[in-house]
Design a protein around this ligand. Structure first.
Ligand code: 3NM
Length: 215
C-alpha cells in the first residue's frame, strides 16, 4: 500500500453520477488526477446482480489501464470475482477478520472509522488504510455519524497512529486543505467529483490543493 495512492480517492457508483455514464465520469476523474478508486454501488436505483458485476468489471478495466487501484465497497464476493485490488468495510459491515480470511494477502483492506478508538482497533486488526468521517455534513450517505470535522484526524495522529488516512464526508475544494493539514494523507470524495459539471476539472482542483501541503 503506497501512501500516495490516497492523495485523491474517488468513491462512486452509478447512482452518484446524476444520470451520466459512470464510466465516462471515472475516466474524466482519472484524467484529472484521481489516484485511488472505490466502487460503491448503493442507494435507490443501485445496480444489483449481473448488472452490478458488469459495471464493476468495466470500471476496473478503466482503473487498470491507468494503474489506479480498484477497491470494492463491502462486497467480498464481487471483489474476488472481478479481481479487485481490495475491499473497503465500514464499522457495521463484515468484521475485519472475516474479510481478511477470504482475501488474498496482497489485497488492500480499508476501514471506515469515526473515533480514535475505532482507528486504533482498525490498526490492530491490520487495516492498510482508514477512512475517517464524516468531516462535514453530507447528504450522499444517509446513515452518517455525528460530524466531528478534521479535529478527529488530528487526535488520531496525536495518539501516535501513522496508518494512511483519508478524510471523507462533505469534502470539497473549499475545505479539503483543512482535512490535509489535520494530518490526512488525502481526501476521499464522492459528489464533489461525481456531480461536478466537469469531473476532470474538479479532480484537478483537488490535486492542486494537495500539492500545496506536499510542497
Ligand atoms: N462515508 P460526499 S461519509 C461514503 O463518514 C461516505 O464514513 C462517510 O460523500 C463516513 O463526498 C460518506 O458526497 C459520503 O460527501 C461521502
Amino acid at each position: 500500500m503506497k501512501r500516495e495512492w490516497l492523495n485523491l480517492y474517488f468513491v462512486m457508483g452509478s447512482t452518484d453520477c446524476d444520470g451520466r455514464d459512470p464510466r465516462v465520469v471515472l475516466q474524466e476523474a482519472i484524467n484529472g488526477g484521481v489516484s485511488f478508486f472505490q466502487f460503491r454501488e448503493k442507494g435507490r436505483g443501485a445496480k444489483v446482480g449481473m448488472e452490478k458485476k458488469k459495471l464493476a468489471r468495466e470500471l476496473k478495466e478503466i482503473c487498470k489501464r491507468h494503474d489506479i487501484p480498484f477497491i470494492v465497497n463491502d462486497d467480498i464476493e464481487l471483489a474476488l470475482e472481478v479481481e479487485a485490488d481490495g475491499v473497503h468495510i465500514g464499522q457495521e459491515d463484515t468484521p475485519f477478520s472475516m474479510v481478511a480470511e477470504r482475501l488474498t494477502p496482497e489485497m488492500i483492506i480499508g476501514v471506515s472509522c469515526h473515533t480514535v478508538e475505532e482507528a486504533a482497533a482498525a490498526v490492530d486488526d491490520g487495516a492498510d488504510y482508514i477512512g475517517v468521517g464524516p468531516m462535514y455534513f453530507t447528504t450522499t450517505k444517509k446513515d452518517i455519524r455525528e460530524v466531528k470535522g478534521p479535529e478527529v484526524i488530528r487526535e488520531i495522529r496525536h495518539a501516535g497512529l501513522t496508518v494512511p488516512i483519508v478524510g471523507i464526508g462533505g469534502i470539497d475544494a473549499g475545505n479539503a486543505l483543512d482535512v490535509l493539514e489535520a494530518g490526512a494523507d488525502g481526501v476521499a470524495v464522492i459528489s464533489a467529483i461525481s456531480k461536478a459539471v466537469s469531473a476532470f476539472e474538479a479532480a484537478e482542483e483537488f490535486c492542486r490543493i494537495h500539492n500545496i501541503v506536499t510542497k
